[in-house]
Design a protein around this ligand. Sequence first.
Ligand SMILES: Nc1ncnc2c1ncn2[C@@H]1O[C@H](COP(=O)(O)OP(=O)(O)O)[C@@H](O)[C@H]1O
Ligand SMILES: [Mg+2]
Length: 261
Amino acid sequence: MVKLVVDRITVVLGSEVVLEDVEFEVSGPGLVQVLGPNGAGKTTLFNTILGLIKPVKGRILVDGVDVTGNPRLVGKYVGYVQQFAGIGLEFPITALELVAGAYLLRQQKPPRLFKRKTALKRALEVLKKVGLEEHALNKPLAQLSGGQKQRAFIARALVFDPPILIMDEPFSAVDPHGRVELAKMVGELAKEKLVIISSHDPTLLIEYTSKVLLLNRRVIAFGDPDEVLREDTLRKVYGSAVLVYAAHVHISDSCPPRSKY
Ligand SMILES: Nc1ncnc2c1ncn2[C@@H]1O[C@H](COP(=O)(O)OP(=O)(O)O)[C@@H](O)[C@H]1O
Ligand SMILES: [Mg+2]
């Protein structure tokens, strides 16, 4: 059981108020979806939770410990999978090296050389847990599918077994079949960890979701999926990009929020 409290944070970047009085509490294990259009502040919220951005007001607490603006301390509790956009994926390394390397880097004391065996063992363990196939372990990342790459990055975030895992739009670079398979794995992880995930497709993870945060600079709605994923609530931020089919609510990735035509 782990508890994350985002206590009325306000974040200013440049001269822009990007997050204002954002407040919510979540406990794990479970899955929290963070929804909001581009520019809503999802990545900024994650960077603030991670201590990489210091809010001008408010605090971040993990299990009652104030971790605001302290990435080293947050690192004990939180693993992070960054948004792919903008990150070069042509790393000339394999999935196994990526994960084992992350393990070695966090070792405080030299000599790191003797830790290599332990690092490889742990990397294999965690890559198995995220379901990366054996034949993919020693291939360069650039040769893996979007879903396989994403599994490698999730494994890297899990190498120290943090109670919280944050993922920023992990499905955006993954094809539709890969998305469903990845969603199942994420659902499994959410049985033992607090998984916080930003996405544009709430239906993909709906069966595993415990809470939904709808963000647009402020908290527009926060609660159980049934309460938040309603047409009227979603329209407040997504406008005409909300498509309703029978009883299901979808958010289209491809429609502009408001058509000019
Ligand atoms: N480094 C920065 N300096 C100034 N403004 C920024 C910076 N990063 C983000 N922003 C502003 O914050 C807003 C929210 O960005 P972001 O958190 O990336 O949103 P999201 O992840 O929901 O798309 C952006 O629209 C931009 O105006
Ligand atoms: Mg973002």
